[in-house]
Design a protein around this ligand. Structure first.
Ligand code: ASP
Length: 340
């Protein structure tokens, strides 16, 4: 049986046109077929749909994640796989968010986009779309994951980060190898890809965005830390620390964190380093964080940390202990547990 893929267009450079002043604005899906007429010759069926609001992905927010998730949930049984066309700016956030939404995912959801609009001669979009479709349509190697395909590499979505605003290889995954490489043929690395689950799909699409990212820097003041931690309604903080999870040991800093923790705010320690992991207690400078009850984020990306926290707070609001427990575990391959 032929594969059948649903393209979900959300916006981004890939489908943008230039206005008279040279600024880029999103336009409608049909133009994508004009730009890639070869799509009509693919040996799999393609349907497409678009969000009711086509956006530059800098306007991305949880309500759009829910919209994308609802389309996939509704169409899940009708397609072999899904390709989401998305702006590159927040693609890694959306890929991470969707990975948490779908538990027991047994079909590929591949996000892609481009650095140059499809209508431009040198656009990287054609290659990216065609490879993303091929991966989603694969019948031999199955990729039951939310992924990002960009410039010849397939990455686990919740391990990906945008690293360049101008190169075609805009994404990378520092702490997990790519899942496939596209050359003359697409070479998959099956041992790195999730196994297909047998349990039925579970979809949880609530996100609570009452969280903050607090990035440490030498000289950060009590006023700033206190302002963030006392934000009204705050439920969680992703604390971007140094190195293997280290932070100042000054009493004012620890007191503020301790106070937030006592008020039930979940604090996750994520390193500012691109590669490597948080190892609480490795240095004296993280002993106090551990003592206070700050959770170690291991080698999670900032994108996965933010979306995971929103997802857990959104879906398990009445079970704070479970939120803390799940925060520390790998739910969808987003982090490497220390004994792995
Ligand atoms: N600003 C654009 C977006 O993220 C950039 C891109 O698509 O590459 O929607």
């Amino acid at each position: 049986m032929n594969s059948k893929i649903l393209i979900i267009y959300t916006g981004g450079t890939i489908g943008m046109v230039q206005d008279a002043n040279g600024s880029l604005h999103p336009f409608a899906m049909e133009r994508i077929y004009d730009a890639v007429p070869l799509l009509h010759r693919a040996n799999y069926e393609i349907d497409s749909c678009q969000l009711s609001n086509i956006i530059d992905s800098s306007n991305m927010k949880p309500s759009f994640w829910r919209d994308i998730a609802e389309i996939i949930e509704r169409e899940y049984d009708n397609y072999t796989g899904f390709v989401v066309l998305h702006g590159t700016d927040t693609m890694a956030y959306t890929a991470s968010a969707l990975s948490f939404v779908f538990e027991n995912l047994s079909k590929p959801i591949v996000l892609t986009g481009s650095q140059l609009p499809l209508g431009m001669l040198r656009s990287d979009g054609r290659e990216n779309i065609i490879c993303a479709l091929e991966i989603a349509a694969q019948q031999n190697v199955h990729v039951p994951e939310v992924c990002i395909f960009f410039e010849s590499r397939l990455y686990r979505g919740n391990r990906s980060t945008k690293v360049s605003a101008e190169n075609f290889d805009a994404f990378t995954s520092f702490n997990y190898p790519s899942l496939a490489k596209a050359g003359i043929s697409i070479t998959f690395k099956p041992h790195l890809i999730m196994t297909t689950p047998t349990d039925p799909l579970l979809v949880r699409k609530e996100f609570d965005s009452h969280i903050a990212v607090l990035k440490l820097f030498p000289g950060i003041t009590p006023e700033v830390v206190s302002a963030v931690l006392s934000a009204e309604g705050l439920k969680g903080v992703v604390l971007e620390t140094y190195g293997s999870g280290n932070a100042p040991t000054e009493p004012w800093f620890l007191d503020l964190l301790n106070d937030a923790q006592q008020r039930g705010i979940v604090i996750l320690d994520v390193t500012q380093c691109k590669a490597g992991a948080v190892k609480l207690k490795q240095y004296a400078a993280s002993l106090d964080l551990d003592r206070i009850g700050v959770i170690g984020g291991h080698d999670i990306t900032i994108e996965a940390a933010v979306t995971k926290m929103m997802y857990l707070l959104g879906n398990y609001a009445d079970r704070p202990e479970l939120v803390r427990q799940l925060m520390e575990q790998s739910l969808r391959g987003e982090l490497t547990m220390p004994n792995n």
